[in-house]
Design a protein around this ligand. Structure first.
Ligand code: ADP
Ligand code: ASP
Ligand code: MG
Length: 406
């Protein structure tokens, strides 16, 4: 089979019948290149949000399994609409659900991981000259349970399919024309990036740059699939996510990201002995709750305080689990609060460049933004701040690190 083209179209790009026509015309153009085409599609517009909202109207705490059964339908609607549209244009096409496309996942509802893709069906359809329009975001476990991959997960479906079909690249069509140095909706002077490394993009995506699902970037790196993020509305090249970026792009902070739904939990007066942190965090891991920035004070009196962050949507569940674990641990109290945001700067240029952290802290101080917690990786610095000041902070950092377009 000649080289397969794998494309993904996001929610805004398929939000209406007119947009589905536009996307289908673009798919038809790719078909004319003579290569087999797989198009992964997201739910139309805000469909996924609306489905989640519907669930909450009938139940205060819907089970993760039923939520997946519900939200997977967003993509299941788009795929046949796009296939019908292609057929109406005279382009042979077939829609496939995650199950039919062979997307096999782990059983973690709402955050399942793709384990493998059985490509026989897709290959047979492509061999028969049909475009495969695959519902993104969804998969199925060994026991035929429907799962979803987490918000934004259609990107991951697309990159995983590209890897499984041996495609050298994957095109992500979205409502911006590439990756910018910050969310262009927040920073008017954000600049478009021509090339970015998997490493930098993964850090940005993991700390809030929602333009790509972090797992998609991870799979791209693992299987050597280049990811091309581009606009479904205008022509032109977008951003290439690759292993090696040109030299001049390496020596600076590449981007600023922010994440708004952050909450923190503080466990006060934790007895200072081995095994306590493990006992606190194991139940959270077992419940698939990601714990983020973790700070533990040095204990002076045989007791310490541990503070960590979680997604605000998971705060209530996390607090309940920590309180339960605390029955064995015997810490003084468990406190929690929401309303926080994470601000992060990312760039391999930080390696071996002293003064970057100081510049970040000074910039926030000059803007009277208080830092609650700090965490770092080799190529990232993150500060926890009051959510109401997050957008101001992003703009200030973008200017301070000389990223503004002149
Ligand atoms: P899709 O529905 O196509 O998957 P998303 O809404 O998931 O689109 O992602 C695109 C959005 O990501 C953009 O509209 C933009 O507001 C946001 N975004 C956040 N950070 C960035 C960034 N650094 N570069 C580009 N877009 C970003
Ligand atoms: N429809 C899902 C969401 O809104 C997945 C996606 O769009 O990638 O998160
Ligand atoms: Mg997305």
């Amino acid at each position: 089979m000649s080289r397969v083209i794998v494309q993904k179209y996001g929610g805004t790009s398929v939000a209406s019948p007119a947009r589905i026509w536009r996307v289908s015309r673009r798919i038809a153009e790719s078909v004319r290149s003579g290569h087999p085409v797989v198009a992964v599609v997201s739910a139309m517009g805000h469909t996924t949000d609306r489905l989640i909202d519907l669930a909450r109207r009938v139940s205060p705490a819907p089970s993760a399994r039923e939520l997946d059964m519900l939200t997977a339908n967003g993509e299941t609607i788009t795929a046949p609409l796009v296939a019908m549209c292609l057929q109406a244009m005279g382009v042979p096409a077939i829609s496939l659900t995650g199950l039919q496309a062979g997307v096999r996942t782990s059983g973690h509802h709402s955050k399942a991981r793709i384990r493998e893709i059985e490509t026989q069906r897709i290959r047979a359809e492509l061999d028969a000259g049909r475009v495969c329009v695959v519902a993104g975001f969804q998969g199925v476990t060994e026991s035929m349970e429907i799962t979803t991959l987490g918000r934004g997960g259609s990107d991951t479906t697309a990159v995983a399919l590209a890897a499984a079909l041996g495609a050298p690249s994957c095109e992500i069509y979205t409502d911006v024309d590439g990756i910018y140095s910050a969310d262009p909706r927040v920073v008017a002077r954000a600049r478009k990036i021509a090339h970015i490394s998997y490493e930098e993009m993964l850090e940005l995506a993991a700390v809030g740059a929602k333009v790509l699902h972090p797992r998609a970037v991870e799979l791209g790196e693992l299987y050597g699939v280049e990811i091309h993020v581009r606009s479904s509305f205008k022509k032109g090249v977008g951003t290439m996510i690759v292993a090696q970026v040109p030299m001049e792009d390496r020596n600076r902070v590449r981007g600023v990201a922010h994440e708004s739904n952050v909450a923190k939990i503080t466990v006060r007066g934790v007895p200072d002995r081995p095994g306590v942190a493990a006992a606190l965090f194991e139940p959270l891991g077992a419940a698939s709750i990601s714990v983020d920035v973790i700070v533990q004070n040095v204990g002076l009196t045989g007791a310490t305080d541990i503070t960590f962050t979680v997604d605000e949507g998971e705060l209530a569940q996390a607090v309940a689990l920590v309180q339960e674990a605390n029955r064995q641990i015997g810490a003084v109290e468990v406190l929690s609060s929401g309303g926080l945001a994470k601000l992060s700067i990312v760039g391999t240029g930080m390696l071996g460049t002293p003064g970057i952290a100081a510049r970040m802290f000074r910039t926030l101080a000059e803007n009277r933004i208080n830092i609650e917690m700090i965490s770092t990786s080799e190529i990232r610095i993150t500060c926890l701040v009051d959510r109401a000041r997050a957008a101001d902070g992003v703009r200030a950092l973008h200017t301070a690190f000389e990223l503004d377009v002149k």
